[in-house]
Design a protein around this ligand. Structure first.
Ligand SMILES: Nc1nc2c(c(=O)[nH]1)N[C@H]1C(S)=C(S)[C@@H](COP(=O)(O)O)O[C@H]1N2
Ligand SMILES: [Mo]
Length: 335
């Protein structure tokens, strides 16, 4: 399996320490205590306690139901501490609500996320609109603690809750003619003040895309929650993509349409500035952005006096799992 989950009874001190920076240490130690009798995965009760300080809007019933048998990840990636919820939910990029990092947290509550439907169309037998809960009905929620690396050279570590995109793809059975997937964000000027004026460069709606093998990769997640709760609106409620080995802009928020297509879709950032942002956007310390190096990143939270810099890893640290997808490509050309 690709996600590091310690087997029953296994105990690795560095991970315990890293996670304790975020979680209540007593809980962590109880959850990971070295004893053959303790299962490797935390229970719902343990997970709820982990995230007891996190408050978001009340969850819809279907979500609350699924939460009780979600598969929780035991530990963060090796040597990583989970970013505090306050930072992950207040330092955001979501241009539909404004260009500044604090704008989404301030303005995204205007987005009505219930009820929510997603149109699935293109190369499928029966294009149709799904209620979000129907789209998730056949899947168990899984927690995935992933690094998120923005192209602007900052990063976080976020515990997502969601379903593998591959599961949804199998459920809707696209034709073999489908070579790419195109994702579209809601475009509602009445609710999204950033689309009304100001940041006039973007041609709404926000669009992203993946090649089919990238979409099918087990690390690719459709997130409906984070920190054991539903997604805050500013993080892309109620449904967003998470592709941990790519720059953050690929992880499109508040998705209303998923289209199976034959050709590589035209995506928002690539069409705005193709010499700066590519379709692939794989995290790569050796391929600089034309205006800055990508070799290092600022891990949030940091401060002016302690920017918390670290080396950026190829494929954001997921090379072992995903490098094979790109073995025949020149990563400096297909950036
Ligand atoms: N619809 C939409 N999705 C988006 C964006 C956006 O502006 N609009 N910003 C992207 C960028 S640049 C990043 S880094 C991540 C940030 O996700 P976060 O705010 O949850 O950390 O969302 C991505 N998804
Ligand atoms: Mo980003």
């Amino acid at each position: 399996m690709l996600i590091k989950i310690p087997a029953s009874g296994e105990c690795r001190e560095p991970e315990v320490t890293a996670e304790a920076a975020y979680l209540n240490r007593r809980q962590v130690l109880r959850g990971l205590v070295c004893s053959g009798a303790v299962a490797g995965l935390p229970s719902f009760a343990e997970a709820s306690e982990r995230y007891s300080g996190v408050t978001t809007a009340p969850a819809p019933e279907w979500f609350a139901d699924k939460l009780t048998n979600a598969r929780w990840q035991a530990v963060a990636p090796e040597g990583e501490a989970i970013t505090p919820f306050a930072d992950a939910s207040q330092y955001n990029n979501f241009y539909e609500f404004g260009p500044n990092k604090a704008d989404p947290a301030r303005h995204a509550s205007a987005l009505k996320v219930e009820p929510w439907t997603v149109l699935i169309d293109g190369e499928v037998d029966q294009p149709r609109r799904y209620a979000l809960e129907d789209l998730c009905s056949e899947s168990q929620l899984e927690e995935r603690i992933y690094r998120l690396r923005c192209v602007e050279a900052w990063s976080m570590v976020i515990p997502w809750l969601g379903v593998p995109l591959a599961q949804l793809i199998r459920q809707v059975q696209p034709h073999s003619s489908a070579k790419f997937i195109r994702f579209e964000t809601a475009y509602r000027p009445e609710e999204m003040r950033g689309t009304r004026s100001g940041f006039g460069l973007i041609d709404w709606p926000y669009v992203e895309g993946l090649r089919m093998d990238e979409a099918m990769h087990p690390l690719t997640l459709l997130a409906v929650g984070m920190y054991g709760r539903t997604l805050p609106n500013q993080n892309g409620a109620p449904l967003r993509l998470v592709v941990p080995w790519k720059y953050g802009f690929k992880s499109i928020k508040s998705i209303v349409r998923i289209s199976f297509v034959r050709e590589q879709p035209t995506t928002t950032w690539q069409s705005m500035a193709p010499q700066e942002y590519g379709f692939y956007a794989n995290v790569n310390p050796k391929v600089s952005h034309p205006r800055w190096s990508q070799a290092r990143e600022r891990r949030l939270p940091g401060s002016l006096f302690s920017p918390n810099l670290r080396d950026t890893l190829l494929f954001n640290g997921y090379a072992e799992q995903v490098a094979g997808l790109y073995s025949s490509m020149d990563l400096s050309k297909d950036y």
